[in-house]
Ligand binder design. Structure first.
Ligand SMILES: Cc1cc2nc3c(=O)[nH]c(=O)nc-3n(C[C@H](O)[C@H](O)[C@H](O)COP(=O)(O)OP(=O)(O)OC[C@H]3O[C@@H](n4cnc5c(N)ncnc54)[C@H](O)[C@@H]3O)c2cc1C
Length: 392
């Protein structure tokens, strides 16, 4: 059966964390241990998002955690990263929910919104009373969102939106959708709109049959002649750069989250390998090949921790580049997926069951590898940065 999580700190990073950073991590770890671990396998099996945990997470300051004011916790980026690590140690679906609420919805309202928009939405979203979703991807445009066909047309004091969005996390439970659309009267410039989900012409439908992120709500959005007042335009948005700035925030959190999933898999495999005996009544941890696998994992996790911590410190210092975040997202999700596969292997047949978290993490991480810029798109972002040549 499952083991109690021991944490992974091979290179003594805990000694470099401040008291506040350690406190935030402990709070998030306890939340996961007490509230998520006992129910997550049932949620996953039944395709249920544990919505009852939203107010608790709001109370703990997990939403919009790096924002100052508006009822938000004002955490540093490293503290926020540690929260995301613990969230995904629980489940990538839960971390996805927090990422979307915080980095993809509250961040754009805070960064691009009017005072009225901020005052209306941020406090209610910080407490979890109101939920958001981020509609960028379309059925025909994923890696290349610039091709989007969703349009907004100005009509008097309103905009009228038409289009389809796909693969939208929290789409059918959201109160507010941040919809990215080309504005016809502005030379098709991409801009962001706040669309209340009870507006006529707006429909959200849940995507079922996923084998990944089953404890997270994923939806399609349909907008047919949805009228919003001009005051629902996010005034600071202008061009594709605006949604990409949001994605950068989310990708940063994902780089930490993936470490959490990897830590869960490695920790499970290590404890299992010490307990499971095969050949000469010896624990499988005593076999050289198994040791090699465990060593690979703890080394890669340690490297990923160092990378995300440094990127977080750069972010806190205001000197981070999008290329640093791309490297961390690309590397850490790949690393976590490899850890999940290796850990599953170490658990043998037991590894395929829900008695252990590994297979769930593995299936989740397949989505994490794809969303927020696929692994290969991040290769192209990094390739362009170091060579100066775009290769899309
Ligand atoms: C569970 C889940 C939740 C999601 N949540 C959201 C959300 O909340 N909001 C949102 O807007 N979107 C969301 N997404 C969508 C996600 O961002 C897209 O799936 C992602 O951008 C990839 O797009 P795609 O699936 O259309 O794949 P494609 O863009 O069709 O890519 C398919 C493959 O082609 C490769 N490829 C594409 N272009 C190139 C190129 N130029 N060179 C080399 N290879 C290339 C890709 O790397 C990939 O391997 C979510 C997706 C999932 C699975």
């Amino acid at each position: 059966m499952g083991f109690k999580f021991q944490g992974v700190d091979f290179v003594h990073l805990d000694a470099t964390f401040s008291e506040d950073e350690l406190l935030v991590r402990r709070t998030a770890r306890d939340f996961i241990e007490d509230n998520v671990i006992p129910i997550i396998e049932e949620c996953y099996r039944t395709e249920r998002f544990p919505r009852e945990l939203v107010p608790v997470m709001g109370e703990l300051g997990f939403f919009g955690a790096t924002i100052d004011g508006y009822g938000c916790a004002g955490m540093s980026n490293v503290e926020y990263g540690l929260v995301m690590q613990e969230m995904e140690r629980g489940d990538s679906g839960l971390r996805s929910f927090v990422s979307v609420q915080s980095a993809l919805c509250m961040y754009p309202i805070y960064t691009f919104g009017s005072d009225e928009q901020k005052n209306t939405w941020l406090p209610a979203m910080a407490s979890g009373e109101k939920l958001g979703c981020f509609g960028l991807t379309e059925p025909g445009f994923g890696s290349n969102p610039g091709g989007m066909t969703t349009v907004a047309r100005k009509s008097g004091d309103e905009y009228i939106l038409n289009g389809e969005k796909m693969w939208i996390t929290s789409g059918s439970i959201a109160d507010i959708a941040i919809v990215w659309a080309k504005v016809e009267d502005e030379d098709n410039k991409v801009r962001g709109f706040l669309v209340e989900t009870d507006r006529p012409g707006f429909r959200a439908y849940e995507v079922h049959g996923k084998w990944s992120l089953r404890a997270s709500v994923t939806s399609g959005l349909s907008l047919q002649d949805v009228h919003v007042p001009s005051s629902n335009l996010l005034p600071g948005t202008g061009g594709l750069k605006s949604p990409l700035m949001c994605l950068n925030q989310a990708r940063y959190g994902i780089s930490w989250g993936a470490i959490g999933a990897a830590m869960s898999c490695y920790d499970t495999a290590l404890q299992y390998a010490k307990a499971r005996k095969q050949f000469h009544n010896q624990p499988i941890a005593s076999h050289q090949l198994v040791q090699d696998k465990l060593v690979w994992m703890v080394t890669e996790i340690s490297k990923a921790q160092l990378l995300s911590l440094q990127v977080g410190r750069l972010k806190d210092a205001g000197t981070v580049g999008h290329q640093h975040i791309s490297m961390a997202k690309r590397n850490n999700v790949w690393m976590a997926l490899e850890c999940a596969r290796i850990s599953r292997d170490i658990l043998g047949a037991n590894g395929i069951t829900e008695d252990y978290p590994i297979m769930r993490h593995m299936m989740n991480l397949e989505s994490v590898k794809t969303y927020e810029g696929t692994h290969d798109i991040h290769s192209l972002i990094l390739g362009q940065h170091i060579t100066g040549h775009g290769a899309y």
